[in-house]
Design a protein. Structure first.
Length: 359
């Protein structure tokens, strides 16, 4: 992979196997591919999971040989310099029929390497004025193609250009620093399974009934806890069962270290409660029950933090559990309870029927 450019058919087959394993695990049962593979292969900073793109990785490893050729010294560099490069710049090396297979593949990725590298000027003797990315994020020959065509010295170095024409003013290029919206998820001290869950939630890819309908699922798309359409926003934020999170906002400081930790636990508890209602016919009496479930997850995840932080988190869990218990104790339970039939193929909500023991 680091010596030759992989054929597209090989990359396609490898990606097919990786997609199947990521979505289905070791099982043979077909499952939904919730997020496009291209998004999954993005870096965590760009909203993906960080799984390596084979094509990009292959090109990167080949480009590294160009970097080694320019920045290091050794037997391989000496052989290549004498056989292929000689006294020419790497951007001007022509391809020949008798080139080795490895060298042919290196020439195929040369333009990518030249577009991405940023040489250190130093004395300017080894940096080409028009063909190297020394001033901005692209060569000047691409930024000013008309001037490049009119120029007779297309392979002139920066040092020669300055010596002939005087000092050339240029502005310093600095990439803009963008806010990392994914840092909160990937750096949180929670199980990796929960990080994937939050990532799917952020992508809007959780299998809510709305998303199931988009995948040609036929069934009742209403929420199990109310009659509204079960969208991701409804389930986690506007549904009556999501009220506990709103209540927590009144006493939990927004800048608290416990804040993000609690959000993950409540979202996970809400999703588990929803699945129990859909597939196991288990309903809850009060939204505060979700808080109790979240406390159980928080207690289990606390050990993932440093010891000096664990005590703070445990204090927050005790406060959260106390709040949930107060709500449950003050709530008068109805004489009827929502009992759902066993999950059918439609996975839809059913009418509430009285509990025979309470009737």
């Amino acid at each position: 992979m680091s010596l030759y450019l992989l054929p597209k058919s090989v990359v396609h087959e490898l990606d097919k196997q990786r997609r199947t394993f990521f979505c289905q695990g070791g099982g043979v049962k077909r499952k939904y591919h919730l997020v496009r593979w291209g998004i999954i292969c993005k870096s965590k900073q760009m909203g993906g999971i960080g799984i390596k793109d084979i094509t990009k990785m292959n090109i990167s490893l080949l480009c590294k040989w160009w970097w080694k050729l320019e920045s290091e010294e050794g037997l391989w560099q000496t052989l290549v310099m004498n056989k292929y490069i000689k006294n020419r710049a790497i951007s001007t090396i022509p391809s020949r029929l008798d080139d080795s297979p490895m060298w042919k593949d290196l020439l195929k990725v040369r333009s990518i390497y030249l577009a991405g590298r940023k040489p250190v000027i130093q004395n300017g003797k080894n940096v080409l004025f028009w063909l190297d990315c020394w001033l901005e994020n692209s060569p000047l020959c691409l930024k000013y193609p008309v001037l490049f065509e009119l120029n007779e010295c297309k392979h002139i170095s920066v040092a020669e250009f300055i010596r002939k024409n005087g000092h050339i003013p240029f502005r310093r290029w600095l990439p803009s620093i963008l806010h990392d919206q994914w840092e909160l998820i990937w750096k949180a001290h929670i199980p990796y399974k929960i990080k994937i869950f939050l990532w799917l939630m952020e992508q809007g890819a959780l299998l809510t009934k709305e998303n199931m309908v988009k995948r040609n699922w036929v069934g009742d798309s209403s929420c199990r806890f109310c009659n509204e359409l079960e969208t991701l926003n409804h389930l986690f934020f506007t549904c009556p069962t999501a009220k506990f999170w709103v209540w927590c906002q009144t006493w939990l400081p927004a800048n608290s270290h416990f804040h993000a930790f609690l959000l993950a636990a409540i979202c996970w508890a809400t999703w588990k409660t929803r699945n129990d209602a859909c597939f196991n016919a288990k309903m809850i009496f009060h939204p505060a029950e979700i808080g109790c479930h979240a406390c159980a997850f928080l207690n289990y995840w606390t050990r993932l933090h440093k010891e000096e932080i664990q005590s703070q988190i445990k204090d927050g869990v005790r406060l959260l559990l106390s709040l949930a218990c107060q709500m449950l104790s003050s709530e008068r339970r109805s004489s009827t309870r929502l009992i759902l039939p066993p999950p059918a193929t439609d996975d839809g909500a059913r009418d509430a029927v009285p509990d025979e023991e309470d009737a």
